[in-house]
Design a protein around this ligand. Structure first.
Ligand SMILES: C[S@@+](CC[C@H](N)C(=O)[O-])C[C@H]1O[C@@H](n2cnc3c(N)ncnc32)[C@H](O)[C@@H]1O
Ligand code: SF4
Length: 429
């Protein structure tokens, strides 16, 4: 594992010029942060689930209607704090994630959304995550009445034995019926999440999963390899490091089997892990470069700063009840860090225009990153036509593996610490 650490250190220094990246327990001054920003993205975190899955890295606790009601009031207070600074700037991307947002369908989610739409200038569609067990016809009508137009649900596997390993509380038949109900409701996009490279999973099962997904009538599939985060129950029982060493070639073959099924059905790759029916707007998290994260563990990125709310739901509520911002950690971002972050997300999306980089940073893309792009083009990992850079399937996989060197470790440290300590002093990434 020393090689992983060595590579991480080399890449970090080359791309960000930073010896150490550390988030500090410091509440940033938000006054003036929105000046010069012409559009804002919103992320809302719902940190409740009806069960805790053994592999899940996200911030969540078991649902209780009483806590959800108090959480609703706290989020509304947080929205009010931001509404003064955001004013009438358009909200052009809005994502509700979790946890499981559908736990709060009848305990405050409607109030939060009404309030956001009343005090902020929401000009975009709403994208939301859901759990298959929450997708009754009645609940789907409630979801639509709240203004959600793009829905995602975590099916995760299409073999009962794998659902059992993952401790998912439904059968394949029930999950398919839930998806069919959602598809029948006419959302602009229905996305299904699936995980692969599961313990004992075979290529044949992957092939069957890919074909079955395409028969379900969904608009998008997000297929993630199972990552083992050290602080999860599943990570704690594994060797803790196999997020990267776990048979990356087997994983690659599984992804190419899925890709073949999706491409055969006419789907297009829209990010490293997502495949979308052509002509359908892609289901995705916040897309605007600058965004505000609401709720426990909500993260915000405002050009030269990134900050994170406390993960602890009780502390989040307490802070807002006492009129304090619930921010636990923040990181000032140098221009090099901002540019590296920009490149990270463009690689994730698998294609980008160089002119977008110029518009964002006022610098020529090739003068900063040309030296890295040229050898990657020679390897066949990407094509560079001078204006646009587009990753090949091969490049998408291997470049993302490289990104994982950072993201799994960084997420593990940041989220792992934040789930243990409500207000950490410092987190070194
Ligand atoms: C917040 S959950 C989806 C909504 C809902 N809570 C549910 O479980 O159905 C987000 C998605 O992340 C993916 N995910 C969660 N843990 C993962 C892990 N350890 N490795 C890879 N993907 C993971 C799953 O596909 C999951 O559907
Ligand atoms: S996978 Fe979904 S339901 Fe399971 S714990 Fe994570 S957020 Fe909750």
């Amino acid at each position: 594992m020393w090689l992983e650490g060595f590579l991480r250190d080399r890449f970090r220094r080359a791309l960000t010029k930073e010896k150490v990246i550390a988030l500090q327990n410091r509440i940033p001054v938000l006054d003036g942060r929105f000046r010069g920003i012409d559009q804002v993205g919103l992320y809302l975190h719902i940190p409740f689930c009806r069960q805790i899955c053994p592999y899940c890295p996200y911030n969540k606790e078991l649902y209780s209607s009483e806590v959800a009601e108090r959480y609703t009031k706290a989020v509304i207070k947080e929205v009010d704090i931001y509404s003064e600074s955001i004013g009438s700037k358009p909200i052009t991307s809005f994502y509700i994630g979790g946890g499981t947002p559908t736990t709060m369908l009848y305990s405050g989610l409607d109030k939060i959304l009404d309030h956001i739409c009343k005090v902020l200038n929401v000009e975009c569609d709403i994208h939301m995550e859901s759990h298959p067990n929450d997708l009754s016809l009645g609940n789907l009508d409630t979801i639509i009445s709240m203004g959600v137009q793009h829905l995602s649900t975590g099916v995760e596997a299409l073999q009962d034995k794998h659902l059992k390993t993952l401790n998912r509380p439904y059968s394949v038949e029930e999950a398919k019926a839930a998806v069919a109900r959602a598809v029948g409701k006419g959302f602009k996009c229905v996305n299904v999440d699936i995980m692969f490279a599961l313990p004992g999973q075979t290529y044949g099962e992957i092939e069957q999963t890919g074909r079955a997904l395409m028969e379900m009538g969904v608009d998008q599939v997000a297929a993630y390899p199972l990552f083992r985060f050290p602080y999860t129950r599943m990570g704690a029982t594994g060797n803790g490091n196999n997020h990267i060493s776990f048979d990356i070639f087997k994983r690659k073959k599984m992804l190419s089997i899925l890709e073949a099924a999706f491409y055969d059905a006419g789907f297009e790759r829209t990010s490293v892990w997502a495949f979308t029916r052509p002509g359908v707007p892609k289901y995705c998290s916040v897309t605007v470069p600058l965004y505000v994260g609401l709720g426990a563990s909500g993260g915000s990125y405002l050009r030269d700063i990134f900050y994170l709310n406390t993960f602890n739901v009780a502390e989040y509520i307490r802070a807002l009840e006492n009129g304090r911002m619930p921010i636990a950690l923040s990181l000032d971002l140098s221009v090099n860090m901002q540019m590296a972050g920009w490149l990270y997300w463009r690689i994730y999306e698998t294609r980008f225009e160089k002119s977008d980089f110029k518009a964002r940073f006022g610098k020529d893309f090739d003068s900063i990153y040309g030296k890295y792009i040229k050898p990657l083009a020679l390897l066949g990992w990407l094509q560079d036509d001078g204006q646009q850079v587009a990753l090949s399937n091969e490049g998408t996989y291997w470049l993302h593996m490289l990104e994982d060197l950072f993201s799994i470790q960084y997420v593990g440290r940041l989220w792992g610490t934040s789930q243990q300590e409500p207000w950490p002093e410092k987190v070194v990434l």
